[in-house]
Design a protein around this ligand. Structure first.
Ligand code: MN
Length: 214
């Protein structure tokens, strides 16, 4: 993905059948090639009408949408968030989960959340607690402290530094799991790309998103 307009659809980082049996091909196909692609297309269409917005980064659009022209504000909020959130979501799963948590992440999870079992429980509570459509998150704050959050619709937790996210929009699981969001969460948990989470945690220590008011 480029740093600003025009944004492009990041390729799925694995094959559509590579997350079986947890996430099936049809689900990944529609989710990535249709839903995610639509957020990219819609964001570009909105920004095409606003030359002054075209050098904004995706993170800026997600955080500062309220400073955009009124007629595109809500659309950019929804679609920039959709692009940001789905980018992390698809990167956050892997065909080869293994273990892959480094010592720094493991220690931080223990210190801030009480261990991996407690992290999973908190993420599950967040995922099941989203009413309607939204996201469950593991984030890192400016002090390096981890916490679990949820956001509605396509809102992001920025400027907190996102490490991992579970999409709990029905389009993420309905073809395979129908109304069984808890079963989908358990399947997603087994596919987490822990090396990515560890890498992002390391990066967040140094290059956390900066926000003007900080
Ligand atoms: Mn989605």
């Amino acid at each position: 993905m480029g740093p600003h307009y025009p944004f492009s659809l990041p390729p799925l980082p694995y094959g559509e059948g590579d997350l079986l049996p947890e996430i099936d091909e049809k689900t990944l196909h529609f989710h990535h090639d249709k839903h995610f692609a639509a957020y990219v297309d819609n964001l570009n269409k909105l920004l095409a009408t606003c030359p002054a917005c075209q050098d904004w980064t995706l993170e800026q659009l997600c955080m500062d949408w309220c400073r955009l022209p009124e007629d595109i504000r809500q659309g950019v909020r929804n679609n920039a968030g959709g692009v940001y959130n789905h980018t992390l979501y698809f990167q956050g799963m892997t065909p080869n989960p293994g273990e892959g948590r480094d010592a720094a992440l493991t220690a931080a999870v223990e210190r801030d959340l009480g261990g991996m079992a407690a992290l999973k429980s908190a993420m599950k509570t967040a995922a099941l607690g989203v009413f309607g459509s939204g996201w469950a998150w593991l984030v890192c704050d400016r002090d390096g402290t981890l916490s679990v959050r949820k956001t509605a619709n396509q809102d992001t937790p920025l400027p907190l530094c996102p490490l991992l996210t579970c999409d709990v929009w029905e389009h993420a699981y309905y073809l395979q799991y129908q109304n069984r969001r808890a079963d989908y969460f358990e399947a997603w948990w087994r596919r987490i790309n822990w090396p990515m989470v560890s890498r992002l945690y390391g990066q967040c220590q140094d290059t956390r998103p900066r926000y003007p008011q900080d």
